[in-house]
Design a protein around this ligand. Structure first.
Ligand code: ZN
Length: 349
């Protein structure tokens, strides 16, 4: 069979499968809610002062989400600072969130590279301070122990990615058994879900209908999930603008926003007015607002394919790459927000 015919066949199969999966997804969520919504808040730069008011708002309007933390003390050598569970006021704040129904997740064990022993210590410290192990993880920045990060994140575009990042000389070894940064077995033992690709799309059913999925080429992760890009206050407001909220509801979609609440959401103790407006508007809709792992547990129970196919994974990689290229163009033309520290514009999506 000619290559062209093969690829058009696989394209048709993928389209049919995707339509079938979307049909299955168009069923009701718990309590017959019309769509599902969550947020994963990356802890970079966070303090009680710069994220506290956002959580107060979320709590007030009944949107329970997922906040990541660092259990070990932050180091001034890390690329991004921010409070950790070793700060008593911050720990008290995080414990309060947990009591109110927010999920607490991991964003590596600290803001800089950690060996296997440090990862192990960090997980135990998390449990000692909060009373349980985290179920959801997202890799942090350039930490060397990041799992399946850098080129290892890709199957089909790995070579292209390597060429695009050849001057960065970064190494990620969380999944490499010979490395002192290896913690893949701990990841598999503790974590149900790890974040992978982030897209410029509010309804993740459109790009990754089989989420959460297992990837046999990356066996130390039990299941991966995708996210919608709301990395700072501007991107968040763009993603959750009125027309997108309405489409999410109409399509009975699924949205997990990946964001950094420390990046411009709070000024002088008050939540950014547009964020306040958009979140209150969303909360009035008939949505299922729930933490990330609860949402993924629900999706996992549906009769969908649990192991991602090569074709779907390739499609995810291509879409991710094209979204990042659009990002580069956007970043060139939009005015940087005065609230956002320049370093966070180089974020890890
Ligand atoms: Zn981070």
């Amino acid at each position: 069979m000619a290559l062209d015919e093969r690829s058009s066949d696989s394209f048709i199969q993928l389209a049919q499968r995707s339509t079938e999966i979307q049909r299955q997804r168009m069923t009701a969520f718990p309590d017959n809610k019309r769509f599902a919504f969550s947020i994963f808040d990356d802890t970079d730069l966070s303090t009680v002062e710069n994220v506290g008011p956002v959580y107060k708002l979320l709590d007030e309007i009944g949107i329970r989400t997922t906040k990541s933390v660092w259990p070990l003390a932050s180091s001034s050598n890390g690329r991004f600072g921010g409070a950790s569970l070793q700060d008593p006021d911050y720990l008290k704040f995080v414990l309060g969130l947990k009591e109110s129904g927010f999920e607490i997740a991991l964003h590596n064990v600290r803001n800089m590279c950690s060996t296997r022993e440090q990862v192990q210590a960090g997980l135990e410290e998390f449990r000692r301070l909060l009373g349980f192990y985290p179920r959801v993880h997202a890799n942090h920045s350039h930490n060397r122990e990041n799992i399946y990060w850098g080129p290892a994140r890709f199957s089909r575009i790995a070579r292209l990615y390597r060429a695009m990042t050849m001057f960065r000389r970064l190494s990620f070894e969380g999944h490499i058994q010979e490395s002192k940064y290896f913690w893949g077995d701990l990841c598999r033992a503790h974590f149900d879900y790890v974040r992978n690709f982030v897209f410029r799309e509010i309804n993740l059913n459109r790009v990754n209908p089989t989420m959460p999925y297992h990837d046999p080429e990356r066996p130390f992760v039990n299941a991966w999930f995708s996210s919608s890009d709301g990395h700072d206050v501007q991107a968040f407001c763009e993603l959750l603008r009125e027309v997108n909220q309405d489409r999410l509801e109409e399509e009975q979609g699924v949205c997990i926003v990946y964001t950094h609440f420390a990046c411009g959401f709070v000024s002088m103790g008050a939540v950014h007015p547009r964020v306040d407006f958009l979140l209150r508007r969303l909360a009035r809709k008939d949505g299922w607002f729930t933490p990330v792992s609860t949402l993924l547990d629900f999706l996992r129970k549906r009769p969908l394919v649990k192991v991602i196919s090569i074709t779907e994974r390739s499609a995810l990689e291509r879409r991710w790459l094209s979204d990042r290229l659009v990002d580069v163009v956007f970043r060139g033309i939009r005015k940087p927000s005065p609230h956002v520290e320049p370093a966070t514009r180089r974020r890890h999506l």
